[in-house]
Design a protein around this ligand. Sequence first.
Ligand code: DOR
Ligand code: ZN
Length: 431
Amino acid sequence: MNRWLIKGAQIMGGKRADVLIEDDVIAQVGTQISAQGATVIDADGLVMLPGLVDLHTHLREPGREDAQTVEVGSKAAALGGYTAVCAMANTDPVADTAGVVEQVHSLGETTGYVDVQPIGAVTTGLKGTQLAELGAMATSAAKVTIFSDDGHCVSDANLMRRALEYVKAFDGIIAQHAEEPTLTHGAQLHEGVMSAKLGLVGWPAVAEEAIIARDALLAGHVNSRLHVCHVSTAGSVEILRWAKRKGWKVTAEVCPHHLLLTDESAQGYDPVYKVNPPLRTASDVEALKQGLVDGVIDVVATDHAPHTTEDKECEWAAARPGMLGLQTALPIVIKTMLEPGLLDWDDVALRCSKRPAQIAGLRRHGHDPAPNAPANITLVDPAGSWQVGADAIFGPSKNTPYAGMTLPGVVQTTFLNGRPTVLDAQLTEGI
Ligand code: DOR
Ligand code: ZN
């Protein structure tokens, strides 16, 4: 039998306990559990969380394996403490058919570092004109429940309404990249003082807010589930607050980079800071943090977006938008939310694991470490820190905006279905 005894971990940052894993479940949680036949992990000083779940990962396979494969992205996810990721549909070919989502799903299963849950495209080829085969993807072996044209906005209001209506039949979700395209032609950076100073075309907050307001109204009108990707402005938080008060089925995510960085970072025209939606202002950052505290924003999602050096290290306007996120998400949440006392570990577990698992319907993830729970867990050293550099970042793409920073929180070990996918903690054999 596969048996592991994790000794003395602080469960969700609280009480210390021993946790016995047998096969793919947690068999016991307590003190003085027998180590018979188990490999023992000394988790003194480590915090145990349910394995993290990411609702927004760009894995890039099929099509851009030069930036990242499913295998490499899954490994980066495990290193970041994740046990499940939802893979965005903007691959090449686009994940708009049962065939492509099944391919991504089976690549995830073969690789085995994290559970890979494919997201299906809303429209064929992400073109925004015709609904994709939503039903066929939902009933495929990949069991798709979330649909998104991320990278593009489903800007046609009637098509958005039809998509929301269609997925209701199987309790699906439309995850919207909120960007009114007629307001962002050629946009490069948040529209404000900085874009004016740098002479870059501005991406106004209203382009995001207008779509969120419209989609919330549509979701309320047809009583279906809307998820808002990468919320980035204070105005968006206000609109979401209103939509939730109405009782509509609207959920939202914020990305770590929008909790830490501002448009001031673009000062030196380094495209590593180019992302869509763009980095905003310090007051937006404050509103996003408050939204995450209040629960107006449900979850943290990475929008992990690997790009090759050729696609990223060029002039600002030509560079692709997007930044890496899987290995740095938890450290950024610790730095921006936990250390200032805005969230505690229970709150972090809710926003980085339990709520995302609930939203995506990933039943084996997001459980408190307790008897009979699936053994999907992560062990973090909260007192540890690490310097972000090319060596520490796994995979061929190195577009992290945190290079050179020292970040708190070191993921020591991640377990997927009772097996370690990352194992850096101290080991001793059981008796
Ligand atoms: O910055 C971004 N990068 N935003 C998106 O919506 C898409 C993503 C990508 O695919 O690179
Ligand atoms: Zn997006």
